[in-house]
Design a protein around this ligand. Structure first.
Ligand SMILES: Cc1ncc(COP(=O)(O)O)c(C=O)c1O
Length: 419
């Protein structure tokens, strides 16, 4: 067992401004609803350049609300990548629809659009691509596929707040009809639990807000019946209580103020890992083909190269928000297993995780007929992937410790960085 502090794979970054913001809301008149909620929504929408942000209780609720607003229902199919958190698929089931799993690129874990195209039928209603680890999917190509078949595009951007695609923020609605975020503590900003849906559509925002509030309409100009008095409200459809509290929105605002710094630090840590692993055989950092190469300046800051000669398009290269730092390892080639490596690292005080078990391999989806034989890319990604510690307060010395311990666990020579 290590005497050094334990490094989890992810964690929140909370400072005194966050604590003061929460205390201020606690001393105010509104612990839920009230002015903090639209204030956080407006700040979030402004930051990503979307017309609307609708905050909800968590990212799963955001997906559920998006599936509702997209009118997904029984008989509808929705394309979801095989590698993601189960919530990306479950939201379709909440609405009575069926997720149809799409294989992923075994190098990046991102949805394989060629495979997606083969799965589209008359029943297909929407696509839910996932910006896995913080790396944007090719949104223009995904939009083109959606448009060719009249599909709704819901981006699962739970990993990607602060990422850019083709020069603009993920979630700005340039391509997606809706994008969802999560504010779980391991994400870029946290509200404890929390989530949001971003959209440029007034009509979708209206339905999302109503769904969050039991399906209740409180605006007199939208009443279906005569306004009976100041107490009058109408439940016009079936919703839930998915509200995010004012306390959480207060925390979200101070967290959002620091988002840019959080993302820059995540990118700098990723660049340090990349540089360290560049000389190590058998450990391959996960990246998408469109991502700009990130290097570390003498100051320690991450420098994202805009002109990426390896990018697959002529446009500006994309930047990952690095929710996770994932590597691919051929454990058998090193004469070991992933379990052994994870246990060795845990004993050295280093937390790691596997993101994700393919969703079609889950017993619930197996019972619904999912067959892993259709997902060789997902199987290949899953068998090799490992998430190493990544969060803004991780120091360069911590990163070097993780690199050296990972190399030692695999019996490969470590890299000179940080040595
Ligand atoms: C890709 C993805 N989508 C959705 C969610 C759901 O978010 P939440 O945990 O806030 O419900 C997560 C959570 O980790 C996620 O990773």
């Amino acid at each position: 067992m290590s005497d050094l502090p334990f490094l989890p794979y992810g964690r929140q970054t909370i400072d005194d401004t966050d604590i003061a913001a929460v205390v201020e809301v606690l001393r105010s008149d509104f612990l839920t609803t009230g002015p903090m909620v639209p204030k956080f929504e407006a700040a979030l929408a402004k930051r990503v350049g979307a017309r609307h942000a609708v905050v909800v209780a968590n990212g799963t609720a955001a997906l559920h609300a998006a599936a509702f607003a997209a009118d997904i229902g029984p008989g509808d199919e929705v394309l979801v990548p095989a590698i993601t958190f189960v919530a990306s698929a479950n939201c379709v089931r909440y609405q009575g629809g069926e997720p149809v799993f799409v294989d992923v690129d075994p190098a990046s874990g991102l949805m394989d659009l060629d495979h997606a195209a083969t799965l589209i039928t008359a029943k297909t209603k929407a696509l839910i691509p996932v910006h896995l680890n913080g790396a944007p999917v090719d949104l223009a190509a995904t939009r083109a596929l959606a448009d060719a078949h009249g599909l709704i595009l819901i981006e699962d951007a739970a990993h990607a707040l602060g990422a850019t695609y083709d020069g603009t923020p993920v979630g700005d609605g340039r391509f997606g009809d809706m994008a969802i975020l999560s504010f779980h503590p391991v994400k870029h900003i946290t509200t404890g639990e929390g989530g949001a849906i971003l959209t440029n559509s007034d009509a979708l925002a209206e339905r999302l807000r109503r769904f969050r509030d039991h399906g209740i309409e409180r605006r007199p100009e939208h009443f279906l019946e005569a306004d009976a008095g100041p107490w009058h409200y109408e439940q016009v459809e079936l919703g839930h209580n998915l509200r995010l509290s004012a306390i959480q929105c207060g925390l979200g605002l101070t967290q959002l103020d620091r988002l840019d710094g959080f993302v820059r630090r995540r990118q700098a840590i990723a660049a340090r890992y990349d540089a360290a692993f560049a000389g190590v055989a058998g450990i391959t950092p996960v990246r998408s083909p469109r991502m700009a190469p990130t290097t570390i300046a003498a100051s320690g800051a991450a420098v994202v190269s805009r002109a990426d000669p390896t990018a697959s398009t002529d446009g500006p290269a994309d930047t990952s928000a690095y929710h996770l730092y994932a590597v691919l390892i051929d454990y058998a080639a090193h004469g070991t297993t992933r379990s052994a490596v994870m246990t060795t690292l845990r004993d050295a005080g280093i937390g790691t995780q596997v993101h994700y078990i393919p969703v079609p391999a889950q017993p619930y989806y197996q019972r619904r007929g999912a067959d892993m034989a259709h997902y060789p890319g997902a199987a290949r990604y899953f068998e090799r992937v490992l998430s190493l510690p990544l969060y803004p307060t991780l120091t360069d010395a911590d990163v070097d410790r993780v690199v050296q311990a990972t190399c030692a666990a695999l019996g490969v020579a470590g890299s000179p960085i940080g040595a």
